[in-house]
Design a protein. Structure first.
Length: 454
């Protein structure tokens, strides 16, 4: 139910309720006033009525009047003085005892009889020779009351319908403007900052809302432009710095190998120092490569997509690992598995997982590699029985990378797994880390076979 419908219904209900209350109050006041008028007539008639001298207790006269009058004697005998001629015939008061008639002397009373409701009032003379009871039928008044209530109800319903129509028509323009603003806001939500935001003259709330939305979009465009410029400069800096660092690093690596081959540097102390230099320069070279890879993922936002044999890529990289590290036992389960994606990114996933294992696996370590399709997804799982990484620490590193926070990883996990996660995210997949049954780290990657359908 829309807000427009709710407002219209609330207003119509309020009008209907208030109309009914007013009609009920007016009808009750009218009824009360009519009763007071009847009571005054009954009191006056009771005072002025004089029974004929010829009347006898128990006698009935044929005299007709707008009022029914009974005369009650101390022995409780009733003399019917007059009766009411109505559409239903003659209406008269029931017989009353002497004590019952005395109860009507103080104030008028409404009685329910077989002939319908009566309003009665009595005159009690001091000598107590007789009591005059005067009454009139309230059937007509009740019928008028019901008729008035029905008319009031009908009037209230008609008024509510008219009010509902007027409110609905009056809100049409307001909610039309709201719908236009909502469409613009939805377009902004999905990234269309060039969407036209409706503008109107005036200073009502909708105009202020539209102006605020326009101001927000302008500010957002400026901030996005500044962020894109900053990101572009940062990517340029990373790219230039990475390539510039490789030039002296290559020189250091070359001279380290020369020194390592010189006979005069063959002493144990020199060999240890040179081996340390070589290993650290290799580590620095890998770190620079990871930085460049990480930067390329956010820079190029891959456009080359195709069907890829994922199992073939993982077999290639892990066979290379097996050849270079023959002490590691690698077990494959790699049925032919294809997905729609970017070959470079899938290779970066495989490469970084292999590098992670080669750095942390011990001699004789067991590695299990699984790549298979299940329904509409490709599952990639790599497990080892390495030294047992702190899974929670690895998760914290990935979260810090997402937030742009500094990463300190003594084991070199940060950028490598960060590249893996970014590549997985690009393919609309998920990455899970856990400790496996082998005692080491298990990396589970789930990718849609065709990300275009996601």
């Amino acid at each position: 139910m829309t807000i427009r419908v709710r407002i219209a219904m609330i207003v119509a209900a309020a009008v209907l309720g208030s109309s009914l209350l007013v009609a009920w109050a007016v009808t009750l006041n009218s009824n009360r006033a009519e009763l007071e008028s009847i009571d005054a007539l009954l009191t006056s008639s009771a005072k002025t009525f004089k029974p004929k001298s010829a009347t006898k207790p128990g006698a009935v006269v044929k005299e007709l009047n707008a009022l029914a009058i009974n005369v009650i004697y101390p022995d409780s005998s009733n003399f019917v003085a007059t009766q009411i001629l109505s559409e239903r015939g003659l209406l008269g008061l029931p017989e009353f005892s002497w004590h019952e008639a005395q109860d009507f002397c103080s104030e008028a009373t409404t009685l329910n009889t077989s002939l319908g409701p009566f309003r009665v009032k009595a005159r009690c003379p001091q000598q107590e020779r007789f009591i005059v009871v005067v009454g009139t039928s309230l059937v007509g008044m009740q019928e008028r009351l019901a008729s008035n209530l029905n008319k009031a109800l009908g009037t209230s319903v008609v008024t509510s319908i008219i009010t509902l129509t007027l409110v609905w028509w009056g809100l049409a323009g307001t909610f039309s403007r709201l719908r236009n603003i909502s469409k613009s806001a939805h377009a902004i939500e999905v990234g269309d900052l060039d969407s036209t935001i409706p503008q109107w003259d005036g200073n009502d709330e909708l105009v202020l809302l539209s102006n605020a939305l326009q101001s927000m979009v302008s500010s957002l465009k400026t901030k996005i432009h500044d962020l894109e410029a900053s990101a572009t400069n940062m990517r340029k800096l990373i790219s230039v710095t990475g390539h510039e660092l490789r030039t002296p690093l290559t020189v250091i690596q070359g001279y380290s190998e020369i020194l390592n081959n010189r006979i005069e540097f063959q002493s144990p102390a020199n060999q240890t120092a040179i081996s340390r230099i070589v290993s650290e320069t290799q580590r620095l070279d890998r770190l620079i490569q990871q930085i460049l890879d990480f930067q390329s993922l956010t820079n190029e936002r891959v456009t080359s997509l195709e069907w890829i044999d994922v199992s073939a890529i993982f077999r290639e990289y892990f066979e290379d690992l097996q050849n270079l590290a023959s002490t590691i036992s690698i077990h494959y389960k790699l049925p032919v598995t294809y997905l729609w994606g970017n070959t470079h990114l899938i290779r970066r996933i495989a490469s970084n997982l292999v590098q992670n294992i080669s750095r942390h696996a011990n001699s004789g370590s067991r590695v299990e590699v699984l790549v298979e399709s299940r329904e509409s997804q490709v599952l990639i799982e790599v497990s080892d029985n390495g030294p047992g990484l702190d899974v929670q620490r690895v998760i914290e590193i990935l979260e810090n990378l997402d937030k742009g926070m500094p990463v300190t990883s003594e084991k070199g996990l940060g950028l490598g797994l960060g590249i893996v996660k970014d590549a997985v995210t690009y393919h609309k997949g998920s990455l899970e880390l856990s400790r496996n049954n082998l005692g080491g780290l298990s990396v589970l990657i789930t990718l849609p076979i065709d990300s275009r359908t996601q």
